[in-house]
Design a protein around this ligand. Structure first.
Ligand code: G3I
Length: 364
């Protein structure tokens, strides 16, 4: 379902390279740099963030969010697993609250997600194998949800994570079982029918660390475009482990941009815990994390302006991260994958990203 088993990499080269710059980097970042600039003020494209409705009621969180970001992605409450109740009725309280917050604060809203292999919810399980009834319910769900946020959501992750994790072909799921692989094309068509102005994406993960998965993802996108599907954007989630080799993000971004579609760097975080044993010290681990955020900024800035949809992080404060486990019951080993610490203070990695954004597009 999600990047739980991020693959390991031998990164001796990256660690050594980091060692060479650590002195200057650390010294520069340890100097008091005054109040952190709003991230969204540093770049011409939207800065997005994953949010949940209850967080928006926390004044300090809401202030930090509105100061830094210009687009919201519902992290959970706009998914089928939240909206479609077991009895087949819908609940929109939380997604409506997120949409209202976005509207009242002049922020874009990005819909996530309509169809996901990981959401084979009971209401659809009950009509599994029902042929036309299933197909009609599938269309009706997409029309109801994408239609509800028509004119509010600037775009949608129409299908999330269709490619097998190892990159070998597309996933088998409740949707492909009932509709064949045409479920992807149908979802795009139904979403366009619901909201003709929405920018329609397909979104996946590990596109940086598993080239074979990226190739399968791109072949799928090319096939859809060739068939005339209303696919307008590609989402690369960018859930990374700090041991990802240097250059992998840049290579992936160039490949993904090759179709000319809009690119959403859609869910960035960089896990320290998943790479901890690969580095000699926490300081080296944090420098590797900073390097990856900077590379992501450089790679995104190097895209043609028309292809830069948004740069989205999967949470603001470390304690907001899914990598901490369920929010109700965070895990013991506290990962620190995001830009702000638990108290909402900008970390060194925030300043590294801000500096990369300020430095503007770089060749190569
Ligand atoms: O809030 C409820 C709580 O009331 C209830 O008691 C509890 C047990 O059912 O569930 C709680 O909701 C959980 C929700 O997160 C809020 O914490 C859901 O169970 C849990 O499934 C949900 O997890 C989300 C996950 O997607 C599945 O939807 C994560 O927050 C979210 O970060 C994660 O995001 C995914 C992207 O959508 C796709 N890419 C990978 C990414 C990380 O897995």
């Amino acid at each position: 379902m999600s990047p739980v088993g991020i693959r390991r990499r031998t990164v001796l080269g990256a660690a050594l390279a980091l060692g060479a710059c650590k002195g200057s980097a650390r010294a520069q970042l340890s100097v008091d740099r005054g109040p952190p600039p709003p991230l969204k003020s540093l770049v011409p494209f939207p800065i997005g963030c994953a949010v949940m409705a209850p967080e928006l009621a926390q004044a300090d969180y809401a202030e930090l969010l509105v100061r830094n970001v210009s687009q919201l992605t519902p992290e959970w409450e706009m998914k089928m697993e939240y909206i479609l109740k077991d009895d087949g009725t819908f609940r929109f309280d939380a997604p409506d609250a997120i949409a209202a917050f976005a509207r009242s604060h002049g922020l874009r809203l990005f819909g996530h997600n309509l169809i996901w292999y990981a959401n084979p919810v009971a209401a659809f399980q009950r009509i599994d194998g029902s042929g036309k009834a299933f197909a009609d319910a599938y269309r009706n769900y997409i029309l109801a949800v994408a239609g509800r946020y028509r004119g509010q959501a600037v775009g949608w992750d129409v299908v999330n994570e269709p490619v097998n994790e190892d990159g070998e072909g597309l996933r088998d799921c409740l949707w492909s079982k009932n509709l064949g692989l045409d479920y992807i094309r149908r979802a795009l068509d139904h979403a366009q029918e619901a909201d003709p102005d929405a920018i329609l994406f397909i979104n996946d993960y590990f596109l940086e660390s598993i080239p074979r998965k990226r190739a399968t993802f791109l072949r799928m996108a090319e096939d859809l475009l060739r068939a005339g599907a209303p696919l307008k954007g590609l989402g690369t989630q960018t859930h990374l482990s700090a041991d990802l080799p240097a250059g992998a993000i840049r290579t992936a971004m160039k490949d993904l941009a090759s179709l000319g579609l809009q690119i959403h760097l859609s869910e960035m975080d960089v896990s320290l815990n998943r790479a901890r044993r690969m580095f000699a010290s926490s300081a080296d681990l944090e420098r590797a994390q900073s390097r990856l955020y900077a590379e992501a900024a450089d790679a995104f800035l190097a895209l043609p302006e028309r292809q830069r949809f948004a740069f989205t992080v999967w949470g603001l404060r470390d304690k907001d991260s899914w990598l901490r486990g369920p929010k109700e019951n965070p895990g013991p080993q506290l990962d620190a994958p995001l830009l702000f610490d638990d108290a909402g203070k900008a970390k060194d990695v925030f300043w590294t990203l801000a500096d990369a954004f300020r430095s503007g597009p770089r060749a190569g």
